[in-house]
Design a protein around this ligand. Sequence first.
Ligand SMILES: NC(=O)c1ccc[n+]([C@@H]2O[C@H](COP(=O)([O-])OP(=O)(O)OC[C@H]3O[C@@H](n4cnc5c(N)ncnc54)[C@H](O)[C@@H]3O)[C@@H](O)[C@H]2O)c1
Length: 268
Amino acid sequence: MNLTDRIVVVTGGAGGIGAALARRFAAEGAAAVVVADLDAEAARAVAEGIGPVAHAAAVDVTDEAQVRALVDDTERRFGRIDLFCANAGVTTGGGVEVDDAGWDRAWRVNVLAHVYSARAVLPGMLARGGGHLLHTCSAAGVLTAVGDAAYTATKHASVGFAEWLAITYRDRGIRVSALCPQGVDTPMLADGIAEGHLGARVITASGAVLTPDQVADAAIAGLAEERFLILPHPEVADYARRRAEDPDGWQAGMRKLIRRLTTRQSPR
Ligand SMILES: NC(=O)c1ccc[n+]([C@@H]2O[C@H](COP(=O)([O-])OP(=O)(O)OC[C@H]3O[C@@H](n4cnc5c(N)ncnc54)[C@H](O)[C@@H]3O)[C@@H](O)[C@H]2O)c1
């Protein structure tokens, strides 16, 4: 897909990667970019910064009625949706001790919201014979997010769901891409780095922390090539290969990295 004259929706568009995607889609010539977010004021600021092709929308992606209304409103206003980016995501920053409300929130934002948007946009896309779904998953969806059990489990589920969509709908004109960055310099990771979270330290030790604009560049290239797996950090492909070929060896390597990082941090 190239973006010229496209109608695009980006959830989680008010910050980080979503805002960078929205800006980049507009720069590539999209006819309309709907910047949708729980934070309506921030979405409005991003849309205003982009200019007249951008439109802000308030949405809680965990509420199916709101997602359907976002899709219906966009289709009514612009006639269609060519590209829907299910990008909003949340971390929990904990392990098995995280309460059910935390697990539920991760499941609803990181997975169920992708089901809601696919359910809402697919009928129109299938009727028109084409469309593209870009799901922001994570390298955590093909590897593991050290220190965040619910993030790991739900991001794996999001990659699984995207793959299911790709296999099921590709021959009916629907393209699906799973965007799986590792570390990206957004509030989600910056907070973890500032607080010294082990997960954030593992991420920074495992590769470059990219800017959201660099992730948008990778997304544009992946969309142009209609690739399923978009890996802004190429090293993630090697990690995933190693993990698939030798799961025990890969886990041993992860444990060694964690030991190295935690030992270095301990007071002498
Ligand atoms: N930052 C990273 O290192 C990193 C790495 C891999 C994947 N990701 C993924 O990229 C995506 C974007 O994350 P980011 O780093 O830009 O984080 P971010 O926190 O900067 O932005 C996330 C946006 O999603 C919005 N959002 C959260 N819950 C929502 C809801 N229920 N409804 C609507 N909007 C909601 C937030 O308001 C925010 O604007 C997420 O799916 C995240 O998991 C981030």
